[in-house]
Design a protein around this ligand. Structure first.
Ligand SMILES: O=C([O-])CC(=O)C(=O)O
Ligand SMILES: [Mg+2]
Length: 235
């Protein structure tokens, strides 16, 4: 790993990013063919935050949050800080002071495969955080990592400028160059889901909406009138 900080990165169109954020994680994940989802141990620190933004990537060393300070200067309004560590570490890399700094720069949130602290403050401040752990354990500023290079965070490759979408369901990454295409598919999916949801709300069953009855029969599902029949049937 080169200890570098890349100053300029390409970002997706801001309207596209915002629209992906409105669709939410599950719809975006489906729309792009079920890829890009961070491992589900990455959880929101507080509920009902929903964001999307351009990834500013941070590669941290264990127990060291120096590179978050370096990354902060390179953030623009609308960015999301996304940090991974060179080795497993749950220390509290980020707290209310760094959140204050991030908010001042217009950063929309933090995703970190590591720990965070001062967590009560994040909700009060309205700064959403998704993390692997909560830990009061402090960190130092000693060892260089990198900023804005491709990283692997919770099992997914994240390139600087990719779109990070995060909500109560976790975090999904959209390749920057696929953002428009994924948005189009996501909007189409949302429209279809709205139709289905209206049918469910009226009481129509999934069995009929999805025309499942012939397939259930084909697979051999047998309907019985009562449990007695079951015991006879079982023989
Ligand atoms: O300063 C740190 O090392 C992390 C922290 O607690 C904060 O940002 O408030
Ligand atoms: Mg603190």
């Amino acid at each position: 790993m080169k200890t570098v900080a890349v100053k300029n990165i390409e970002r997706a169109n801001s309207e596209t990013i915002d629209a992906l954020g409105k669709l939410g994680v599950a719809t975006v994940h489906e729309a792009q063919g079920r890829i890009g989802y961070l491992k589900p141990y990455i959880r929101p620190v507080y509920p009902h935050a929903q964001i999307a933004g351009s990834a500013v990537t941070v590669l941290l060393q264990p127990g060291d949050n120096w590179m978050i300070h370096v990354a902060m200067e390179l953030c623009q309004p609308g960015d999301v800080l996304i940090a991974a560590c060179t080795a497993d570490c749950d220390s509290g890399f980020f707290g209310d002071l760094l959140a204050e700094s991030a908010m001042a720069r217009g950063v929309r949130g933090l995703v970190i495969e590591g720990g965070v602290r001062d967590t009560a403050s994040f909700q009060d401040m309205g700064f959403p955080v998704w993390s692997k752990a909560v830990s009061a354990q402090g960190t130092v500023k000693e060892t260089l990592g990198a900023v804005n290079i491709p990283i692997v965070c919770a099992g997914q490759v994240v390139n600087p400028g990719d779109v990070v979408v995060a909500d109560d369901d976790g975090v999904v990454i959209v390749d920057r160059q696929d953002a428009e295409k994924v948005l189009k598919k996501g909007l189409e999916r949302e429209r279809k889901e709205a139709e289905k949801r209206a049918m469910f709300a009226e009481g129509t069953l999934g069995l009929d909406i999805y025309n499942m009855r012939p397939r259930l029969q084909e697979k051999g599902l047998v309907y019985l009138d009562n449990l007695e029949e079951y015991f006879q049937f079982k023989g």
